[in-house]
Ligand binder design. Structure first.
Ligand SMILES: [Zn+2]
Length: 198
């Protein structure tokens, strides 16, 4: 991960991160590319909030790309923290790891990777515009996943993987990579709340 992106994440979510060398203020060692930075920040903010509510001591021990998806490992925390991490992993499969645009899981030279159309051929990786942190998207993601958790409780992860007629037969996690998609899920939840079929 680019140093600047890493510093931003550490500055915003540093208290959650487990670091053996506490003097290394700017380093954590995110083992993935920058395209997932906003998704990581949103997920960590949610976990922070969750940990405060549960009064549990959660520490993020590792953040890495594995089999093309974003894996965040933690110690401590209850069921909601685990659900936040599962939803984050599912969402990462729809976001290009390099640039953060819409992508999908592909096989490239024997590796599973999540890439957008442009980066899916293994070329064009020289001029990547690094995402600089989209506060609108991050706060929208936090709000939407929070609503999903309050609405579905322990069934949240199962629900985000179900096709929804109200989302044009897409699965909710496929919408969570963009602000517009999060808003669409929010609208759907409000309709469900008021008993309108979805
Ligand atoms: Zn890309």
């Amino acid at each position: 991960m680019n140093n600047f992106t890493e510093q931003r994440l550490v500055a915003n979510c540093g208290t959650l991160l487990f670091r053996t060398d506490a003097s290394a203020h700017e380093a954590f060692g995110f083992e993935c590319m920058d395209g997932w930075a906003d998704l990581i920040e949103g997920s960590l903010r949610l976990i922070q909030r969750c940990a405060e509510l549960e009064e549990s001591d959660v520490k993020i021990t590792q953040v890495k790309e594995k089999f093309g998806l974003l894996r965040i490992y933690q110690s401590g925390g209850g069921e909601n923290v685990c659900q936040i991490l599962d939803i984050c992993e599912l969402t990462s499969g729809c976001l290009c790891e390099l640039c953060g645009k819409a992508g999908k899981l592909i096989m490239l030279d024997g590796w599973m990777l999540t890439r957008c159309e442009r980066h899916g051929d293994g070329h064009h990786t020289d001029q990547i515009e690094l995402p600089s942190g989209d506060e609108h998207y991050i706060s929208c993601y936090v709000r939407t996943v929070d609503s999903i958790l309050s609405f579905f409780g322990a069934d949240a992860v199962r629900w985000v993987q179900q096709e929804c007629i109200g989302l044009g037969r897409k699965r909710p996690f496929e919408m969570l990579g963009t602000e517009e998609g999060c808003l669409a899920v929010d609208t759907l939840l409000k309709r469900l709340e008021y008993g309108v079929g979805a």
